[in-house]
Design a protein around this ligand. Structure first.
Ligand code: F6R
Length: 240
C-alpha cells in the first residue's frame, strides 16, 4: 500500500487526477471504477478541465460505479446516476452507453446484481478503481462485517452512513436505508485502486487503516491484501 499524505483537498484531488490522467493516456480504453460522495468531486473537476484542455479523452472509456441507492429513480437528484451526470459525465466525451451505475430500481435485485458483476467481468475488469471511505471504514457501501468475498449485492445501510449522507437530503427520513453495491470481492478484483480520504469524522478511520490490522469489522482494511493500492490522505481530515 502506497500512502501519500497531502496538505489539503486540492492537493489530494490533483494527485489523484494526475494518476488517472497517466493511466488514461497510456490506455485510452481504460475501465474506470468510480465513486460518488464529496471526496472525489475535486478529482472529477480536474479531469473535466484536462478534457477541456484536450489532454485526455473518455471516448473509449468504460465506467463502472460502485453503488446506488435502492428505490431512487435515475432522475432523482440524490441518485448516484444523477450525481455522476452532474459531476462528470455531462462535461466530458464519455459515451452514455459506456457508463454503468447499478440500478436502484429492480424487480429482481439478485438477478441485477449478478448481471452487474458479469458486465464488469466481461469488459475485462476494472483497471483503476477510485474509492472514498466512510467514517466506519466502509468502501462502496460495504458496511462493517461484510464478507471480504462478497460480490455485488443489496445492503442495509449502517446508521452512521445514513446520518453522514443525510446532508444531501432534506431530512434524514428521506435517506434510503438500502443500497446496491459492488462487493468487497468485486472491488478487490480491480487491477489498481486509488483510495482518497478526506472529510469530517475520518480521523478514526485513517488511524484504523494505518494500523495495518486486517478485519471484516473494518472493510477498508482488506486493501492491505491488494497488490496495487495508492491511498491519498488529506491531512486536514485529522483535524475533524
Ligand atoms: C460512494 C461510496 C462511499 C463513499 C464514502 C465517503 O460511491 O461508495 O463509500 O466513498 O461514503 O463519502 P464522502 O466522500 O462523501 O465522505
Amino acid at each position: 500500500m502506497n500512502i501519500i499524505e497531502v496538505l489539503n483537498y486540492e492537493e489530494m484531488s490533483t494527485r489523484a487526477f494526475k494518476l488517472i490522467r497517466e493511466r488514461l493516456q497510456s490506455n485510452p480504453a481504460l475501465k474506470l471504477g468510480l465513486a460518488t460522495g464529496s471526496t472525489p468531486i475535486g478529482t472529477y473537476k480536474a479531469l473535466i478541465q484536462s478534457y477541456e484542455e484536450g489532454e485526455i479523452s473518455f471516448e473509449k472509456v468504460l465506467s463502472f460505479n460502485l453503488d446506488e441507492y435502492v428505490g431512487l429513480e435515475v432522475t432523482d437528484v440524490n441518485s448516484y446516476r444523477y450525481f455522476m451526470e452532474e459531476n462528470l459525465f455531462k462535461h466530458i466525451d464519455i459515451k452514455k452507453e459506456n457508463t454503468f451505475v447499478p440500478t436502484g430500481k429492480a424487480k429482481d435485485f439478485v438477478k441485477e446484481c449478478a448481471a452487474y458483476e458479469e458486465l464488469i467481468a466481461k469488459s475485462g475488469g476494472v483497471d483503476v478503481q477510485i474509492l472514498g471511505i466512510g467514517s466506519n471504514g466502509h468502501i462502496g457501501f460495504n458496511e462493517p462485517e461484510t464478507s471480504f468475498n462478497s460480490l455485488t449485492h443489496v445492503v442495509d445501510l449502517d446508521k452512521r452512513t445514513i446520518e453522514a449522507n443525510s446532508r444531501f437530503f432534506h431530512s434524514i427520513n428521506e435517506v434510503p436505508n438500502q443500497a446496491v453495491t459492488m462487493g468487497i470481492g468485486t472491488i478487490m478484483k480491480s487491477k489498481e485502486i486509488i483510495l482518497l480520504i478526506s472529510g469530517d469524522n475520518k480521523n478514526e478511520a485513517i488511524n484504523q487503516l494505518l494500523s495495518g490490522e486486517i478485519t471484516e469489522t473494518f472493510p477498508a482494511s482488506v486493501l492491505h491484501q491488494h497488490p496495487n493500492v495508492t491511498v491519498i490522505i488529506n491531512q486536514e481530515s485529522y483535524l475533524t
